[in-house]
Design a protein around this ligand. Sequence first.
Ligand SMILES: C[S@@+](CC[C@H](N)C(=O)[O-])C[C@H]1O[C@@H](n2cnc3c(N)ncnc32)[C@H](O)[C@@H]1O
Ligand code: SF4
Length: 460
Amino acid sequence: MNQNHIPQTLIEKYNIPVPRYTSYPPANYFTPEFTAADYREQIVASNSQSPSLLSFYFHIPFCRRLCHYCGCNAYPMASAEYIDRYVDCLHREMDLVLPLLDRNRKIAQIHYGGGTPTILPVEKLKELNQHLLEYFPQIEQPEIAIECHPGWLDETYWQGLADAGFNRVSLGIQDFQTEVLKCVNRKPSLLPVADIVSLLRERGIRINMDFLYGLPLQTPASFEDTIRKAIDIRPDRLVTFSYAHVPWVNKRQLILEKAGLPDASLKEELFRTAQELLLQAGYLQIGMDHFVCAHDELALARQDHSLHRNFQGYCTRRTTGQVYAFGVTGISQLSTAYAQNTKDLDVYLDAVTQGNLPVIKGYKLNEQEQIVRRVIDTLMCNNLIDWQELSDELQLSIEKIKYLCGYDAGQLEDMARDGLVGLSENRLEVTPLGKAFVRNVASTFDQLTRNNPKSFSKPI
Ligand SMILES: C[S@@+](CC[C@H](N)C(=O)[O-])C[C@H]1O[C@@H](n2cnc3c(N)ncnc32)[C@H](O)[C@@H]1O
Ligand code: SF4
């Protein structure tokens, strides 16, 4: 048994629905009282708030084929005309937002997610990038990243990504076993993944790979084979997502229940198998599910506790900006507010065509919630809270910070007895065993969720 194997009693106690904390408050707490006018006001205010760097997100919602497991905002493929209209609206939406931003601010990040952004012709992606890059100055080597489904892309497309300005590509692999992919309705890579990676690397593009554990037909042996194949290719970053089963969000996931989902303890074994192999191969673990090469800037940021996180993933002090999102369902993450665009494609197109921001809900954080968000963010990124460091950063006493985030000594001491956290006067440190339940530890600071529970996935 591996030393971090989680006892069944802890799985029973802590494998309960809990937020993922990719944002605080979680997106299901956003409210329709937050309007487009509020977002406009918040964009203007964001010019004088920190961080001053700009991060942009484009949501491309369409997919050629929908994977049964998908928990993302993905929509069936549309006609070429409809997609052209969608891209046109992304440009129009930029025309509504960009004039509100201070033109001296620098771009740190541009990220395309979905759905499948690579359903767009590469020239359209280039034009979207240029729209931003011609408007604002940039930091040295801003990160320009795109999530790619390799099932549909040929050599010319991969080559075109470098020309369109991309310097990081996330390959959605999920699993290398064809029978697993078939069962979840996913097309395997069109070209050998190793060939795609060398082609991209020759053009200076860094490589991320996404994997998913907890799918039907996965066994520790099959997943070991998958991860070994990945290690041979040596992506710069690799994510092993825990499959989030949320059939109330996506009914297609019920098909997987019929195919037979692994239980929590098998799922945990799948993760441990991957984790052991990756650590042995020299990868460093970031947060719960990210693994990075030792040379990666996220590895260095982990060492000096300067990691940050947004909806698009981890970032460093160099690349952390406030996020302005474009496209259907896009979520903007500003220093004092979140704003989410409508989920309805036609409503999105009509609103933007008429010159309106397509915001349907959001959240304005009060000062206390901004402190709680900082506490949860540092815990989720660094598996550590150094209260003195936070106190210096926030210019508040440790007692005041603990008071504002509802520090529950009894609950944390219980977690310490269970071996999930180490507690000392100035530090809270998540143990190797506790990493699987870091979301539960974060939830002890989250009075909003505790007082008003909603549906969430389980940590394992
Ligand atoms: C928008 S998708 C990736 C882009 C592209 N559409 C693809 O499939 O390759 C982002 C990632 O979310 C992860 N994902 C999707 N559904 C998930 C779920 N239910 N639970 C956990 N991760 C999930 C997958 O690993 C996927 O690669
Ligand atoms: S995993 Fe990717 S391709 Fe599959 S449905 Fe989700 S967004 Fe689309």
